[in-house]
Ligand binder design. Structure first.
Ligand code: SF4
Length: 477
């Protein structure tokens, strides 16, 4: 076998000969017992060997496929040279949260999908290597944020999810003072409340928040912005600009008979109650969540996979996903779905729920569905499901989770005079620079694009910070 523990550069043939190894994961039986991360860290030797599989392609399609356009071959070369902190510094140039993106990005559909080695072999494990380098930097306390020379300008950031945190980090380095407003009792937004701990350990987000605090950011928690505290009050308080990174927090529902039965949950409540410390939750969510043995999750996105895997960790023995199209149309990441399957979830495709059935105590006991077939594509190009009359069947369920997607909170946009909105309730903003119809208000992340990746939200927060900086430095009459 080629010796890849030396730092001598290898030629292309030698790189091609290095065998692919599956990324290390905890065994299924072990990981189902807790909510600890599924993915295991790479050892330094393993990371060097994996990075040495990179062919250092001049055009590097992986870079183009990365939402942050990180210099992946440059970082992998540093890892190959055992310069792990140098690799982390390269990721840092384009990403405010490589420890997080390394864990939660669907790499198999982005950089690893584009990797040229994918054509004939397995791709280079860009995601695991990003996590490795970023974790090394965390161990060596290398995430210190260096504040820029003070400008005397204050920026209010509404929402502490990936867009808000990334925007804050960039503004601090430009010398601006930032205050982050968060409606929940803990910062992090969907990074804490939406992504389960078995994908992203909460301590990683907490460390990032601490980095920001050390660099001078302040957080105002339990402070929803909207009707009670309108954005224009923030300007009256002395803020010079506002960034809206409010995400999409309102779960989509389903209007079918039986929806009022107990045991039917929205995904935000379900995931938060199983993954977040009770003291961060509203009092109504603090009790034990009884799952039972049979759980049904309706939907086909990443949230559906997260709910399936959470239910399995709570001891449910029959966990079923109902989706009204086929697997080919499912919007969620392939890897998450594979992990859910491996852990015991069963996927039932072409199934349209039409009614929830309850027991005498008013608790859900089954979901009645119609079988579907696929018709013509809809406006988004996805083939429409057509329910087949008389094809009714039922799936038993003690718990049902409606993982049907999220929409924006209408109170945010509705309470800001002059802020143009899209017809679907999202904020109208320039995707490149976050500019809205009000010059002193910027927006980014899911609140503008609709539910998307952590990395795309992070990138939009960084871009908005550049335009906010320009706005604050431009002299005005
Ligand atoms: Fe390396 Fe794959 Fe990127 Fe080429 S496409 S530079 S092999 S990671």
């Amino acid at each position: 076998m080629t010796d890849v523990t030396s730092t001598a550069m290898l030629d292309r043939k030698a790189r091609m000969r290095i065998p692919y190894e599956e990324p290390p994961e905890r065994p299924v039986a072990e990981r189902l017992k807790d909510f600890t991360e599924t993915q295991l860290p790479l050892t330094p030797q393993r990371a060097i060997r994996e990075a040495s599989r990179c062919l250092q392609c001049p055009l590097a399609p992986c870079v183009k496929a990365c939402p942050a356009h990180s210099d992946i071959p440059g970082a992998l070369r540093k890892i190959e040279e055992s310069d792990f902190l140098g690799a982390a510094d390269i990721y840092r140039q384009t990403s405010s949260m490589s420890q997080i993106c390394g864990r939660v990005c669907p790499h198999e559909q982005l950089c690893q999908c584009a990797c040229v080695r994918n054509k004939t072999h397995e791709p280079v494990l860009c995601g695991a290597l990003e996590t490795f380098a970023a974790d090394a930097a965390r161990v060596h306390d290398r995430f210190f944020i260096h504040p820029g020379s003070p400008t005397g300008k204050h920026v209010a950031i509404v929402g502490s999810g990936p867009a808000g945190l990334a925007c804050a980090e960039q503004l601090i380095t430009q010398g601006h003072q930032v205050e982050i407003f968060e409606s929940a009792a803990a910062p992090g937004g969907m990074l804490v409340f939406g992504i389960p701990s078995f994908k992203l350990d909460k301590s990683i987000v907490e460390s990032m928040v601490e980095d920001l605090r050390h660099a001078g950011a302040t957080f105002r928690l339990n402070t929803p912005i909207g009707k009670d505290l309108p954005v224009d009050h923030l300007f009256a308080e002395g803020f010079h600009a506002v960034f809206l990174g409010t995400g999409t927090s309102i779960p989509s529902g389903i209007k079918i008979p039986g929806i009022e039965l107990r045991g039917i949950y929205a995904p935000n409540e379900f995931l938060a109650r199983l993954n977040v410390r009770p003291e961060y939750l509203p009092s109504a969510w603090q009790g034990r969540l009884p799952i039972g043995q049979k759980a049904v999750v309706i939907g086909g996105g990443d949230t559906a996979s997260d709910c399936l895997r959470s239910a399995l960790r709570m001891g449910a023995s029959e966990v079923t996903c109902l989706y009204r199209r086929t697997e080919a149309e499912m919007p969620g990441g392939i890897k998450d779905r594979e992990l859910a399957r491996e852990e015991g979830a069963v996927f039932h495709f072409l199934a349209q729920p039409v009614r929830f059935l309850g027991d005498t105590d008013g608790r859900v006991c089954a979901v009645e569905c119609l079988k579907c077939e696929l018709g013509e594509p809809d406006m988004e190009g996805r083939r429409r499901p057509i329910p087949l009359e008389g094809s009714n069947f039922t799936v038993e369920a003690e718990t049902v989770v409606l993982a049907l997607g999220y929409g924006p909170d209408p109170e945010i946009g509705g309470s800001i005079p002059g802020l143009e909105m899209q017809s679907n309730g999202l904020i109208r903003a320039d995707r490149q620079n976050g500019a809205t119809s009000r010059p002193e208000i910027f927006a980014g992340g899911d609140a503008v694009s609709g539910p998307d990746l952590v990395s795309t939200a992070m990138v939009s927060g960084r871009r908005a910070a550049q335009s906010i900086d320009l706005f604050l430095r431009t002299p005005r009459d």
